[in-house]
Design a protein. Sequence first.
Length: 135
Amino acid sequence: MVEYRIDRHSGVATYVQIVQQTKQALRMGLLEPGDRLPTAREVVEATAINPNTVLKAYRELEREGLVEARRGLGTFVRRSLGTATADAALRTELEAWAGRAREAGLDRDDVAALFTAVLDKHFAALDKHLQGDPS
């Protein structure tokens, strides 16, 4: 089961953090079709957020076709997003790289900034294409 971690200083809406973390768990194979998400009450108890925030996130996930609410039973995963098993070698390389980054003295924010810059460089053309920019 996924455990949500809310960063109140991130500037990202709480419900969006729940959606993002759920999608991450789906991509990584931590959640699979048929798995039950934590109840709103369980999330509230673990994170001290408003239950309506959890419900808003779950509605968004349902709108995207990733989960389905079953009255009286909970919210269940409908489909996966990941190919994590196919990417095991890449994950191993990334873990080694992250370890080297820590050994080099980089903190979490430094690593995140570096990784984001590299992602932006490698996916900029694809992002432009997806947004309809022909250049």
